[in-house]
Ligand binder design. Structure first.
Ligand code: TYM
Length: 329
């Protein structure tokens, strides 16, 4: 049995990128592996969210986890900040993480480009805290989207460095994971880049059917293929990537053939895409609405999760302390 860890930041409602890149895999793995899934509220503090909104967002993500099918009896579901051991492990790991390698991380470079006025230490050490999230449970598998690949590479590097330095075989080297093999990058509806929580280009698990139809019909397209079998421009290829995620193989084949024959009508493609997205989103949205008001249930879930996560985390932490030479009198 593998030990699996993954988390999603509490920075807003979850979208189809989070669902196909991460959450759907969480649900698939929970009954066969030893799973820890958390809400990364510490990680969401790097962008200074409104304190009143932080808890609302944690509650949203928790409700979305449960609505998508995570079962608290099968997986350990918890809030990152309910397990303070992770902060100490992050501190200990940071002694062996070098500023240069953190500065070279693509996500850090991207963040300093976008938020030059807020280049805080939390941003720089983001991958160290992420490594602590994973290593505290000594995980071997981490279901994530493509954008997290480099962070996992760093986690493996920190694990290897720790083992070599202290001459132990303590931390396993975790691998990113997705069903089907290739890590997923779900594009946005604006024609470029990936779907993101704050990019204004996403379909959210909480979106109404009407909102989904409106957004999809407004998705960026071009003037259409000019010759049979012409290569697909990125904006159209992105729509097909979305179609592959939500539709049947037959549907994808049908529209691919229309493209190749130069007979595609983008209006029809978008209508189909919207209806197939609705098939994924609508049942989850209905369950979110049922769960989100049940504070007693939500609080039971995270209390039970934090207890189990702390048990696992504190065991690792006391070993790490001992290995590094921190000993009680
Ligand atoms: P976050 O909140 O940015 O993303 C959460 C998960 O959703 C995936 N994802 C996507 N996958 C495919 N296509 C997209 N457009 C898309 N957008 C987001 C991300 O790859 C991720 O799997 N650093 C993590 C949170 C974290 C974590 C961890 C994850 C903190 N500690 C430990 C795994 C293990 C993040 O950025 O989350």
């Amino acid at each position: 049995m593998e030990t699996v860890v993954s988390g999603i930041r509490s920075t807003g409602n979850l979208h189809l990128g989070n669902y196909f890149g991460a959450l759907r895999n969480f649900v698939k793995m929970q009954h066969t592996e030893r799973c820890f899934f958390f809400i990364a509220d510490y990680h969401s503090l790097t962008t200074h969210p409104d304190p009143n909104m932080l808890h609302v967002n944690v509650k949203n993500v928790l409700s979305e986890y449960l609505a998508a099918g995570l079962d608290p009896e099968a997986a350990t579901i918890y809030v990152q900040s309910d397990v303070p051991e992770v902060a100490e492990l992050s501190l200990l790991l940071s002694m062996h993480a070098y500023v240069g390698e953190l500065e070279r991380t693509a996500s850090f470079k991207d963040k300093i480009r976008k938020h030059a006025d807020n280049v805080n230490i939390g941003l720089l050490s983001y991958p160290v805290l992420m490594a602590a999230d994973i290593l505290q449970h000594r995980a071997t598998r981490v279901p994530v989207g493509k954008d997290q690949e480099q962070h996992l590479e760093l986690t493996r590097r920190f694990a290897r460095r720790f083992n070599q330095l202290y001459q132990v075989e303590f931390f396993p080297e975790c691998q990113p994971y997705t069903f089907g093999g290739n890590l997923v990058k779900i594009p946005g509806l604006d024609g470029n880049g990936k779907m993101g929580k704050s990019e204004g280009n996403g379909i959210f698990l909480s979106d109404t059917d009407e909102a989904i139809r409106k957004k999809v019909m407004k998705a960026v397209t071009d003037s259409g293929p000019t010759a049979p079998d012409s290569p697909m421009p990125e904006v159209i290829a992105n729509l097909f990537t979305l179609l592959k995620a939500v539709s049947t193989e037959d549907t994808v084949r049908h529209f691919t053939n229309l493209w190749n024959r130069c007979e595609i009508r983008y209006g029809d493609l978008k209508k189909q895409l919207a209806e197939d997205m609705i098939k994924v989103v609508a049942p989850i949205r209905t369950r979110i609405q049922d769960i989100i008001g049940d504070d007693a249930y939500l609080s039971r879930v995270v209390k039970q999760g934090a207890e189990k996560a702390r048990e696992s985390s504190s065991r690792t932490l006391s070993d790490v302390r001992r290995i590094m030479g921190i000993k009680p009198f």
